[in-house]
Design a protein around this ligand. Sequence first.
Ligand code: FES
Length: 279
Amino acid sequence: MSDTNFEQLVGELERLESITASWPASQQQTLQAIRTTIEQIQAGAFRHLLRIVKEQPGGLDALSEAIQEPWVANVLMYHELLRPPAPSLHERVEVALETVRPQLASHNGDVELVSVEPPEVKIRLLGTCDGCALSTLTVKLGIEKAIKEAVESIEVVTIVKEGPARATSSPDKSPFEQHWEALCDVSEIPEEGIHVAESEKASVLLTLVKGEIKAYPNACTHLGMPLDTGSVKNGILTCAYHGFQYLLSSGECLTAPEIQLPRYPTKIEEGKVWVQLTD
Ligand code: FES
């Protein structure tokens, strides 16, 4: 089945739901009860399935591969058995900029994100924000504060004059398109320790277990907090925030066995670690 079919089915579901919105309340309640019961049955079945597959030799690798498939990932995320991917640095900075845009707009100004390369973010001021030295300073301080609060790895915000046109989403582009990115040298990853590499797409946690490099999102499956501030002991990573524990070898969550850190495919070329990320 193709991704297009998946999206068509979701669209069909939304169309059917919009029809039921005009039904009498008692019928809507009955429908909701049926839906909730079916979802509980499905979630229970998936939970059992995940547990059984994980216990099989090679089961975790098979699951990691399976959740690369949007059909599988979407259904598991719907049932909260898999965390959605953590937002990329780029997305987190954009969210921070959204918080200051209303204020800029009230003075006919705007801001455009040019690049995110920790520890620096480059922005471009638009409209009346551009050109006035005093307002530029005031605006920069406000934007800088919002960005630094949202992304702790950003230390410098630079205003540039030129930048790429604001990105618009392409209707032809699949939201699940993947690409390989060289994130660090092999020598930077400690055996049974952790190393974090930042890409514009994601913050990636890398580890070396029995000679094999593993890459996971640097985001706890509990509340999405960064995992690199946690501690590692005996091959187990403990999240610094509320203590969720993960096996570094597989990403399996020991605290909530039905979920696990999804694994990024990796490869090594000329001493560099390449990680396959989803756009
Ligand atoms: S965010 Fe990691 S345990 Fe809560």
